[in-house]
Design a protein around this ligand. Sequence first.
Ligand code: 5GP
Length: 205
Amino acid sequence: MDRGILVVVSGFSGAGKGTLMKRLLEKYDNYALSISVTTRSPREGEQDGREYFFRTRKEFEELISQDQFIEYAQYVGNHYGTPKPYVEEQLRSGKDVILEIEIQGALKVKERFPDTLLLFVSPPSAQELKKRLEIRGTETEKSIKDRLSRAKEEARYISDYDHLLVNDDLETCVDVMHMVIQSEHHRLGRNREYVQKIRQELEAL
Ligand code: 5GP
């Protein structure tokens, strides 16, 4: 079994990443979504162990000292981290593992694992982003303001990503994401063993 691809999906808060991930996993097989640890409080409807592992600041720091994270970062006053064991295990079993994380974390992962595929999800316009955050109804006015100001900062790093996905129509965006990830499997750099094998076979004919 070939090792899976590590895929990082980032995008402004409100770009629709959560819905996109949920739909991708419903529609297509062979993906595993990593569940992060966070110190932020659960939103209404969120469950511990499903959207996130909700932990205290102290517990989060313990996990850091035990080297349990692939990466961790701070976002609008809260801490978020990607647990290592699950990701390793799923990649080994051949699944493409998706990390839905913000930019600082994404760039750390890319530095540590250079063959990570970085995808950036963006709304059709800034106005649409603001509207989505307001309609969602889960954020306070202050949190919306902070998230929009963070988006402005994050926009500077979009060009560090490999692919841009504009999330206008959900189904189209899901299909494009699947296509991009699948085409990554065919990149020559990921198929060195096959190339070696076919060369040897041809020599032996
Ligand atoms: P939210 O509070 O809206 O669920 O997430 C805030 C931001 O934190 C989002 O951009 C989300 O992608 C990011 N995030 C979630 N989990 C992690 C993680 O494990 N590491 C990092 N670096 N960012 C994360």
